[in-house]
Design a binder for this molecule. Structure first.
Ligand SMILES: C[S@@+](CC[C@H](N)C(=O)[O-])C[C@H]1O[C@@H](n2cnc3c(N)ncnc32)[C@H](O)[C@@H]1O
Length: 285
């Protein structure tokens, strides 16, 4: 753990919690980055996975007395923590009926953090069933997403891992781009931002910001710089051959043909892809 993390107020709240809790050392810097705006606000904060209650005390200390801290656990013993001022629900995070009951009782919440069972269906169900009930400006945070890469107990990596689901959410928020020519769905209408940290994924919810994207132009007129997107290989060739043979001179017929070929040619996609493959191979090292 780095020195700066140890100075964070969330870390102090963690170490001073009166009940036992375990969190990964990198999480505190992430918590501070994504949660500090909610301190001392009247929020409803929900954590799935209560265990001994240590993290509930940490959240209470961190967010302050105006925050309502709610815990969810499958273990009925967690209910005991109600005497410490927390609201506790006993239920299964993979069960839609539990979520229907929970949100019927609680109404919309600001933040839900999943530190429950960490299995694919558990994490995915939490996000999917909670999404309609997160207030604009709120967040869904899923912890320990490293389990998406772990075989033992979690049967991953798999097509159905939580991380693959989260990548699918990324695909879905792009429905807001007219380039996809797809209708907005319930994810693209609510999820404004997806952030991937090491072992934490954060979905920021804000339906006000999730509108269909459209091109807008400023008022300056009749200016249009040529986009050189497809000119890379053409430029390479030009510098090689032009000086020597003059074939690619401005008005040359040959130049026009070459340009056409360079614009839409699978060979150049292929060349791009070979370079991308090399980058991806380097990444794997
Ligand atoms: C890692 S512990 C939580 C630790 C706690 N948040 C802390 O920091 O001290 C995970 C908890 O999730 C609960 N859990 C496991 N599967 C669950 C499920 N399907 N629904 C609800 N809670 C579940 C377990 O009973 C356990 O108490």
């Amino acid at each position: 753990m780095n020195k700066d993390s140890k100075k964070l107020s969330i870390y102090k709240s963690f170490t001073n919690s009166k009940k036992y809790s375990i969190k990964w050392s990198s999480y505190f810097q992430v918590y501070e980055k994504i949660l500090s705006d909610y301190k001392n606000k009247k929020i409803k904060f929900v954590e799935i996975g209560v265990a001994n209650g240590g993290s509930l005390f940490m959240w209470k200390k961190y967010f302050g007395n105006k925050a309502k801290i709610i815990g969810i656990d499958l273990n009925p013993n967690a209910k005991k923590l109600e005497k410490n001022g927390f609201k506790i629900y006993i239920g299964n995070q993979s069960d839609k009926k539990f979520w229907d009951y929970f949100y019927k009782n609680e109404g919309k919440v600001d933040i839900i953090l999943d530190d429950g069972g960490h299995k694919n269906l558990q994490q995915i169900s939490t996000v999917h069933h909670s999404l309609p009930y997160i207030k604009d400006g709120g967040k869904i945070i899923v912890e320990d997403t490293g389990t998406s890469y772990v075989k033992k107990e979690f049967n991953n990596p798999s097509k159905y891992s939580f991380i693959n689901y989260a990548k699918n959410v990324v695909d879905n928020i792009h429905r807001r781009s007219p380039l996809l020519k797809k209708k907005l769905n319930f994810y693209s209408k609510k999820i404004f931002l997806v952030e991937f940290f090491e072992s934490i994924v954060v979905f920021s919810i804000d339906s006000r910001k999730c509108f269909e994207n459209k091109e807008v132009a400023n008022r300056a007129q009749n200016e249009w710089a040529i986009d050189y997107r497809h000119n890379e290989y053409f430029r390479e060739l030009k510098t090689k051959f032009d000086k020597k043979y003059g074939l690619l001179n401005k008005r040359s017929f040959f130049r026009r043909i070459i340009r056409k070929i360079f614009y839409r040619n699978f060979i150049f996609n292929l060349l791009d892809n070979i370079k991308i493959k090399k980058i991806l191979r380097d990444l794997d090292k």
